[in-house]
Design a protein around this ligand. Structure first.
Ligand code: ATP
Ligand code: MG
Ligand code: MG
Ligand code: MG
Length: 493
């Protein structure tokens, strides 16, 4: 490739750090131990939160920071930004990914960051501007439309039919239920080939969940903090926070249609094939992947990245909060591996880890340093699930047949709860299995079953324990409430 994955990252960092006066700040831990409002690091800006809020310790290095740039390890598998359910199914969302970013802390603002984005993409990376679309915040009852951003894109030469307004959901970025936020302006890329040399207009496909027109870069104009009471408080200064999906950029620059067709993922696929003897990866999705093998390749490769990086940063699998996300992802991945690759569960993931370490250990030495711990923890966790995986699958089969015999397409909440409670099947895993069998799971039913079980156990325990209402995805947290931070935000864990 002209643009190897490594060269793409190096070029980004060189552009900002060597050429435009930014300071390289290493990626922060993907497990944000010091921020209880956050499940995992979900964006490059997380580590700078105190700078945005104006609460940074004046003695720390961050207090002097004006411009920064790096590649941040991110996980989006729970909390406000949760892409777990897309993994396997689409070509551009991962649970673990790198976010390339540049920041200005009270230094440059909209004009400069728009210039940087445009120059880097079109001049340095050489992307054809006819494939690019940009967006700006259209405003709402309380907030002004961001016509300044719109004008700036125009003045840099973007044609008007490539500049699109967007709503709160797409063009107002928020870190979480609380935290720094602001209007944003994004760049989207049309992966489709021109017809007879002519590009079709892709405006209607931007932000439409179309895998051929994907968002690549977000420029956030940090101006507010979302307070606990949901109000917006202006920040003491205005800042720039940007995030570009590294795997998506690599996909674009390598002329592929899917992030999984790039050298970010192909070494992992090769390793999975060596271990399992599975057929080649063909890059097909949904109905075009009838045996589910391509989907399983994607799930396993995605999940081993999350597992490796989370564990390296201290996110060990357990029954609550962050640890339960890690456990859930491992169980989901293990079940895919067993069903589609027909491998024995117990030491599967650990065999892929060395390939990932070889690939990413230079940029992120922590995974090399912790390699043997990671493998050990994965094996232990896999082995403990292997025992209940068989029995749980058999039990699921019984429940599924019971539903079908009744002529019902629903899997009752009580059954879903029992699979969780007795066999450790995370609800999202049971949902995948139900989907494979054409069965639905009603979240409300599961919640009712959970409440029933909670009431039953309450009777047995001493009164006085405060129970937090949990998302159905997060039932595991009930088993060890002490591990859940005692803030209102624990509810979203
Ligand atoms: P999308 O709309 O595609 O879900 P987003 O708006 O949620 O993306 P941002 O929060 O704006 O994403 O994050 C900045 C950038 O990070 C995105 O422009 C995208 O390139 C990348 N990104 C976001 N989520 C993922 C993911 N799950 N996997 C890979 N890259 C991602
Ligand atoms: Mg998203
Ligand atoms: Mg988006
Ligand atoms: Mg975005």
């Amino acid at each position: 490739h002209e643009w190897s994955a490594k060269k793409v990252r190096d070029t980004f960092l060189e552009y900002f750090n060597q050429k435009n006066g930014h300071t390289f700040v290493p990626s922060s831990s993907v497990v944000p131990l010091s921020d209880p409002t956050l499940l995992f690091t979900n964006a490059g800006m997380n580590q700078y939160k105190s700078i945005f809020l104006g609460t940074v310790d004046p003695a720390s290095d961050f207090a002097q920071l004006k411009r920064a740039s790096n590649s941040q390890k991110c996980i989006r598998a729970g909390g406000k930004h949760n892409d777990l359910d897309d993994v396997g199914k689409d070509s551009y969302h991962h649970t673990f990914f790198e976010m390339l970013g540049n920041w200005s802390f009270g230094d440059y603002f909209k004009k400069e960051t728009i210039h940087f984005s445009w120059e880097l993409l079109t001049k340095v990376y050489g992307i054809d501007p006819r494939r690019l679309y940009v967006t700006y915040f259209e405003g709402n009852d309380d907030l002004e439309p961001d016509l300044e951003a719109k004008e700036l894109w125009k003045s840099i030469g973007v044609p008007e039919d490539h500049i699109l307004p967007g709503d709160m959901k797409d063009n107002f970025w928020e870190m979480g239920d609380q935290g720094p936020c602001g209007p944003c302006s994004e760049l989207h890329y049309d992966l489709r080939e021109p017809e007879n040399g002519v590009y079709r207009n892709a405006a209607s496909l931007v932000n439409a969940d179309d895998p051929e027109v994907i968002e690549i870069w977000n420029n956030v104009f940090m101006q507010y903090n979302r307070e606990k009471d949901r109000s917006l408080r202006p920040l003491p200064n205005k800042h720039i926070d940007t995030g570009m999906g590294y795997e998506r950029l690599v996909c674009v620059l390598q002329g592929k249609k899917s992030n999984y067709d790039t050298d970010v993922f192909t070494p992992l696929f090769k390793r999975i094939q060596e271990i399992t003897g599975a057929r080649d990866y063909r890059g097909k999705f949904g109905a075009e992947d009838p045996d589910g093998i391509d989907t399983a390749y994607r799930v396993v490769a995605d999940h081993v990245r999350l597992l490796t990086f989370a564990i390296a940063d201290g996110g060990v699998p357990n029954n609550a909060g962050r640890g339960y996300v890690v456990r859930r992802v491992l169980r989901r991945g293990a079940r895919y591996a067993r069903k589609y690759f027909e491998v024995e569960i117990g030491n599967f993931f650990s065999k892929i880890v060395p390939t990932l370490v070889e690939q990413m250990g230079e940029m992120f030495p922590e995974i090399r340093k912790k390699e043997s711990d990671i493998k050990e923890i994965l094996d232990e966790e896999e082995k403990s699930f292997a025992k209940s995986l068989d029995r749980g699958e058999a039990m699921f089969e019984k429940y599924a047949q019971k539903s079908k015999a009744k002529g019902s397409n629903d899997l009752p909440g009580d059954d879903v709860w029992r699979l969780y409670d007795t066999y450790g099947f995370p609800v999202d895993l049971t949902k995948i299995m139900a989907e494979e069998r054409g069965l639905n799971i009603n979240d409300k039913d599961v919640e009712d079953a959970q409440n029933k079980a909670r009431e039953a156990s309450k009777g047995e325990k001493k009164a006085g324990a405060t129970l937090v209402k949990l998302d159905v995805h997060d039932l595991g947290a009930l088993e060890n409430m002490n591990d859940v931070p005692k803030t209102d935000d624990s509810a979203k864990y």
